[in-house]
Write a protein that binds this ligand. Structure first.
Ligand SMILES: [Zn+2]
Ligand SMILES: [Zn+2]
Length: 291
């Protein structure tokens, strides 16, 4: 009975073959913007306190680092290694963003690299325009193709576990600010956090393929470096750098490029919690790095 239930959950949540992604997409796109007038209301009525703001900021950082360092650099690109418990924690933090299970997120991201701005890229702005690449594509129930994009993902026990229970992890993370701060906590640490963090990630797919500087002009895709996106997304905005050397854990390649994800990984290294960083600027083909 239990194993059958586990199998069903795994089938649904690891591969995201339920309506959960559709509901989450609807929630992120249409419900979380309500946090703006609600947040203004809590300020005007003096209901928001310093602890609400600190909780929201801490949760925003945990969510952003979970996506950038956990889902993206550690899981999708295997740019460094870490302890199993920290990997688990980073994947749970990424799950709080409600952008898909770790396995599914990574596989679809790998597909983006392999087909960047060509047929097969799930979210290039050159296919159906800005809004489709920004948040329209998430309504399309994209099916990750694990055989072609990220064979190792489902072989990893931690990835399988967090992906299987992704729905529950993401809900528990949404409950934390409610338990800490009631409905004002939900507005700031829940809805507003999700509103900003989801648009920050989506901007990488839309804005960073349209506007910004191309430090590596010979990169075969249209990726760009955008400082505003980089600041909001813990370094993800250095997208042209990333497309050029996708296996590197550091997305900033110049001293003035702020990459909070890089600083976080450097801190992990200092604490001996991260190692095996792929720091060489070696251009590898997506299929070679990611297949
Ligand atoms: Zn890209
Ligand atoms: Zn990537």
């Amino acid at each position: 009975m239990l194993s059958a239930l586990h199998k069903t959950i795994k089938h649904h949540y690891v591969r995201n073959r339920t309506n959960i992604n559709y509901y989450y997409a609807f929630f992120l796109v249409f419900i979380t913007p309500l946090s703006i007038p609600l947040a203004v209301y809590t300020i005007v009525t003096e209901q928001v306190t310093q602890s609400h703001l600190v909780t929201a900021l801490v949760m925003y950082c945990l969510t952003g680092l979970g996506i950038s360092v956990g889902f993206h650099r550690l899981l999708s690109h295997r740019a460094f290694e870490t302890k199993p418990w920290l990997k688990y924690l980073l994947l749970v933090m990424g799950s709080s963003a409600m952008q898909g299970s770790p396995a599914s997120w990574a596989s679809i991201h790998i597909q983006h690299h392999v087909h960047a701005d060509k047929k097969g890229d799930p979210h290039t702005p050159f296919k159906k325009g800005f809004w489709y690449s920004h948040c329209g594509w998430i309504f399309k129930d994209y099916q990750p193709d694990f055989k072609r994009y990220g064979k190792w993902l489902l072989q990893d026990q931690i990835v399988r576990h967090v992906s299987t229970f992704y729905f529950y992890y993401s809900l528990v993370c949404l409950l934390i600010p409610v338990l800490l701060g009631g409905w004002v906590g939900l507005v700031w640490g829940g809805l507003l956090r999700l509103f900003i963090s989801s648009h920050a990630t989506w901007c990488v797919n839309s804005v960073c393929h349209l506007w910004g500087k191309r430090d590596y002009d010979k990169s075969p895709d249209t990726s760009r470096n955008n400082v505003f996106v980089a600041l909001l997304s813990f370094g993800e905005g250095w997208h042209n750098n990333h497309h050029r050397y996708m296996q590197m854990p550091f997305f900033s390649h110049k001293w003035y490029q702020i990459d909070l994800g890089k600083w976080f990984i450097q801190l992990l290294c200092l604490c001996k919690l991260a190692w095996g960083l792929k720091l060489k600027q070696v251009r590898v083909e997506p299929a070679q790095n990611l297949g």
